[in-house]
Design a protein around this ligand. Structure first.
Ligand code: G3P
Length: 218
């Protein structure tokens, strides 16, 4: 299972990278705005800065919603760095653009996916990644993890190569449940990754080992 971090915060990206378990980064316009990064030039510079920190895929989202401009913007983003994955929304022109990018060898991430049908279409169009937003489904009393399971079954039935990137992951249990179901990738906040570390018995056990070791040194 690949671990991506879902943020545009460079300090958090560095922290996750230093942990040695980071496989990539996802961003979106809201995450950029949260860091105060606005305007095309600044946003592009920020993508490059992220690519300098990590070694894996970095999703960069197009703003355009019509085919010609999705292509133009996506090609510009892809030219920024060879780690860039063009993030395209799940809309009709987005599906056409996924096919175009796939034929050009440009990696893509189809975003804002909320149903198995949308995920099937993204795979047919040749998306590299599909991003079902599980947290946002949970927010409206719909089982986000069930969507991951449905997509896993469909992709396995036909050996689609599109990777399931569980997005809108909010906490550690989402990560564990996605791993059980077989999501290829999860993207979440740093806290969802660091939460995997925690167990009180680990802390108690370590404290006891250290105390017993120190007894011998008194
Ligand atoms: O990866 C998708 C993500 O950025 C959305 O997360 O928490 O805003 O639903 P959230």
């Amino acid at each position: 299972m690949k671990f991506f971090i879902d943020t545009a915060n460079l300090d958090q990206i560095k922290e996750a990278q230093d942990l040695g378990v980071l496989d990539g980064v996802t961003t979106n316009p809201s995450l950029m705005a949260k860091e105060g990064i606005t305007g095309e030039v600044n946003i592009k510079k920020h993508y490059q800065a992220i690519c300098e920190i990590v070694t894996g895929d970095v999703s960069a989202e197009v703003i355009a919603t019509d085919y010609d401009n999705i292509i133009k913007e996506g090609e510009e983003l892809a030219a920024l760095h060879d780690q860039i994955v063009v993030k395209v929304p799940m809309i009709k022109d987005g599906i056409k653009a996924l096919r175009y990018f796939s034929q050009k060898g440009i990696k893509t991430n189809c975003t804002l996916v909320f149903s198995a049908g949308q995920a099937l279409l993204a795979a047919k169009a040749g998306a590299t990644y599909v991003s079902p937003f599980i947290g946002r489904l949970d927010d409206i009393s719909t089982d986000g993890l069930n969507l991951i399971a449905e997509i896993r079954q469909i992709y396995d039935n036909y050996a689609f190569e599109t990777e399931i990137l569980a997005a809108s992951v909010r906490h550690t249990m989402h990560v564990i449940d996605c791993a059980k179901i077989g999501a290829d990738v999860m993207t979440g906040p740093l806290s969802s990754i660091e939460g995997l570390l925690k167990h009180p018995l680990t802390d108690i056990g370590l404290e006891k080992f250290l105390a017993d070791y120190n007894k011998g040194n008194q």
